[in-house]
Design a protein around this ligand. Sequence first.
Ligand code: NAI
Length: 320
Amino acid sequence: QGPELRFDGKVVIVSGAGGGLGRAYAHLFARHGANVVVNDLGIIKTKSGAQLKAADVVVDEIRKAGGKAVANYDSVEDGEKVVETALKNFGRLDVVVNNAGILRDRSFLRMTDADWDMVYRVHLRGTYKLSKAAWPIFLKQKGGAIINTSSAVGIHGNFGQTNYSSAKAGIQGLTSTLAQEGAKYNIRVNAIAPNAGTNMTATIMPPEVVEMLKPDYVAPLVGYLAHDECKDSGKLFQVGSCWVSEIRRQRTTGHTFLVSDGIKPEDIASKWRKITDFEDGQAHHVGSARESTMEMLSSIQQAAASRKKKSKSKSSNNKD
Ligand code: NAI
C-alpha cells in the first residue's frame, strides 16, 4: 500500500450528497483533507417531526469530525449555482462528483412524459449542467477531475426503467466525449456504475444485502478516480461492496462482404452466425470511434485485395 491519497487544499463538489452514496463520498473527501461542497435539495424528517436540510446534516457531521464542508441546496440543474458556492467559499474547484439521482420506474406503456423528463433532467441534464459550469475553470487551470454516475441498468437495461437506463447510458456517452475534449488540458472524466444499499435501493434489496453493500465501500474508488495519482480517463468502472472492476465493450470480427458484390438482407442472414460470434477468440475491444472506422475500412480493403489476388492467381492458373 502506498502513501495516503490526500486532497489538502483541493475543492470537491459532490452532488446529491445529503444521503446514500454522495454522503459517503463527501465524508471520504473531507477525511482526506478536501474542502467539500455538499449539494442536495432533499429534506430529512427527524423522528420528532422536524424537517432538516439533508445537505446541512452531512455538513454538520463532517465539521464535527474535524473536516471542512459547506452546504448547497440547489438542484443540479442549476449547476452554475453549485459551482458558485465552491468558488465563493473556497476560491477554487478541482473535482466534481455527479451523483445526484432519482427514480421514476414504470413499464414503458405506463411511463408519462413527466416520468421521462424528470429522470432525464436530474441525471443527464444535471450531469451536463454541473460539468458545464466547472469546465471553463478546469480548462483555465489545466486540471480537474469529473466522476459521473452511470448504472448497471445503463449498461444492460432493466424492466420498468427505460427513462433511467437511457439517461444512465447517456451519461456514459457524455463521459467518453468529455474525456477526449479534456485530455490535453489534464482534465480526467470517468464514470462509475455503483451498487449500494441506500434509500434508492433499500426497498428492493433484502436487509442483509443492504448491509453488505455499504456506500462506504464505493467511496474509495471515487476518491482514487478523483486523485491526481489516477491517470485513467474516459473509463467506466463497476463497484459494489468490496469489489471493483472496469467494464468495456467488445465487438466481433464480423464478416466483410465485398463492396463490388453489394450486400442484401439474405447475405446478412447467411453470415449471421459469424457476425454475432463472440466465442471465436477474435472478439476484441475497440478504443475509439476513429479506431472503429479505421478497422472497418481496413477489413473492406483487405477483403477486396484478397479477392483481387485470388482472381489473379485463378487467371494465371487458367493460362498455365
Ligand atoms: P439516494 O436516493 O440515497 O441519494 C440521491 C440523492 O440525490 C438524494 O439525497 C437526493 O435528495 C439527491 N437529489 C435528487 N435530485 C437532486 C437534484 N436535482 N439536485 C441535487 N440533489 C438531488 O441514492 P443513491 O443510491 O445514493 O444514488 C446515488 C447515485 O448512484 C444516483 O445517481 C443513482 O442513480 C446511482 N446508482 C445507485 C445505485 C445503488 O445501488 N444505490 C445503483 C446504480 C446507480
